[in-house]
Design a protein around this ligand. Structure first.
Ligand SMILES: CC(C)(COP(=O)(O)OP(=O)(O)OC[C@H]1O[C@@H](n2cnc3c(N)ncnc32)[C@H](O)[C@@H]1OP(=O)(O)O)[C@@H](O)C(=O)NCCC(=O)NCCS
Length: 156
């Protein structure tokens, strides 16, 4: 598996911690993108700016003995330039606990796998995340929805 996506930000882009005033836009994109609306605390977010405008963001949610990489979003016009990968790498570097994510799109499984995340069963999740993801697991079992839990595995 190739986990070596050591990309840099393209020229003209900057990465910074989110500020309280970023949250209205972040919330808007999260609602529009139908992303998980839980734990939207500005202190947990990192954003990428281009010409003073917010164009991408992601966050680390905190749980007991675990963190979740979440709210990953790149504005459509800015996709496929490595911004999503850059934010993932940055969040991995910032994480201080075992890192997990929930993937709801089959097509994104490979995207995350190439960036170091391996599928993990619901049963093997830490208790704190099992609690958070219990409804997703129910959807998976009852409605056969695509729900995949993944854990970051640092390259050896
Ligand atoms: C997923 C997302 C964050 C990727 O951001 P990005 O900046 O375009 O990603 P990068 O440029 O770093 O990487 C692009 C790669 O991801 C792949 N990719 C991006 N979105 C994809 C999708 N929906 N399905 C399959 N592959 C996808 C591209 O094909 C490309 O593949 P390659 O590396 O083999 O060339 C972005 O498409 C997005 O914001 N999507 C909507 C929100 C979302 O789904 N968030 C994830 C929630 S789990």
């Amino acid at each position: 598996m190739d986990n070596t996506h050591n990309c840099l930000l393209p020229p003209g882009y900057i990465l910074r911690k989110a500020k309280p005033f970023d949250m209205w836009l972040i919330r808007l994109f999260i609602i529009r993108g139908r992303l998980d609306p839980s734990q939207l605390k500005w202190q947990q977010f990192w954003v990428v700016e281009h010409n003073g405008s917010l164009v991408a963001f992601g966050q680390l949610r905190n749980f007991e003995f675990a963190q979740e990489l979440g709210s990953l979003f790149v504005l459509p016009a800015y996709r496929n330039q490595g911004l999503g990968t850059f934010i993932i790498q940055h969040l991995i570097a910032q994480s201080t606990q075992p890192l997990y994510l929930k993937c709801l799109e089959h097509q994104l499984e490979f995207f995350y796998a190439q960036r170091g995340f391996l599928p993990i069963s619901y049963e093997k999740l830490p208790v704190s995340l099992k609690y958070k993801f219990r409804l997703s697991q129910l959807r998976k079992n009852l409605l056969k929805a695509f729900v995949l839990f993944m854990k970051y595995q640092a390259p050896i």
